[in-house]
Design a protein around this ligand. Sequence first.
Ligand SMILES: O=C(O)CCC(=O)C(=O)O
Ligand SMILES: [Fe+2]
Length: 358
Amino acid sequence: MQPTIQPVSGRPVAPPLIGGEIPLIDVSAYLAGVPGAAEKAAAELRYAFENVGFYYLAGHGVPQKLIDDTYEAAARFHAQPMEAKLAVKVDEHNIGYMPIAQKAPPNAAAQGKKPSQNEAYFLRRERAADDPDVISGRRFHAPNKWPAELPGFRETTLEYIATLEKLCQKLVKLYALALDLPETFFDACFAKPHMILRMSRYPQIDGTDETVESLVPHTDSGFMTLLPPNKVQGLSILLPDGRWMDAPGIEDAFVVNGGDILHRWSNERFLSTPHRVRNVSGQIRYAIPFFCDPDHDTMIECLPSCQSAERPAKYPPIKFGDYALWFAAQRYGHMAKVQAPSEAEIAPGERATSRWQA
Ligand SMILES: O=C(O)CCC(=O)C(=O)O
Ligand SMILES: [Fe+2]
């Protein structure tokens, strides 16, 4: 059944639903500047986030060759000897190589889950050694840790990051419209966004063992996650009615989801939906998710359009950088020892809906 969607302005619209559930939103007309296209895409986006928390993004303009090259770069990185990967081991800025975890995150462990079966390499915005933020040691503002022996790796990954950064800067205008805000509302805090490219390698897992996952059920922490089309399946999302749904690969369409910061900022109006990965495909699976977040100093304070007398703000304001540090410290073993904001500083107010994070 087609959903009824309230228009942002003009006529109601109804996006196609993949698998009967996940909206497919084509932004090509919006990116081409067609009048009315932003409002149409924003209405579809609003439907996606109020009902599912995930959508397929078509018409994004990212060249398939760049996506293919970046997948190949991920495979090349992980094909290196362990010694070369450990030479760029992940640091306290969450940059570098992270081996397969020894321990599951607390919430997943409490559900009897073993550690996620994936290794990952993280890149952030490229920064020079003389960048003032690098010199002052500002958290999450460190230089990337480049592999020594991979010609072309740096060029490809930086082009992928730059291309997705530009795309996200256009998409946030739709997010603003979808939240009944002026189109330019998020522009300043995404002028130089926090960005993470995660290059994950998932070995096969034993599909009969329910305690082992390639990536344990979790919500993403940030504002926006973009997953380019993946030839190897494995991602499932937890629908609001409690069913796990395999997210099919759609040619030319990114899978996009919101994270906990979007959920918090929107006073829980926009969903941050749990998802997981199980690689039972019979082959190694790679993923190259791109996480795009507001800049470090952005105050995440209930959006003006998401509160009312009936629906007061559920969360106290928090600076994005503090939130990101708290999250990393509780999620990642290598960050556990850094001084981070306490649970009490980040914790939602009493009105927040208790939700599950892994
Ligand atoms: O590998 C995938 O398809 C999803 C990865 C993911 O959810 C994540 O890295 O947060
Ligand atoms: Fe995720």
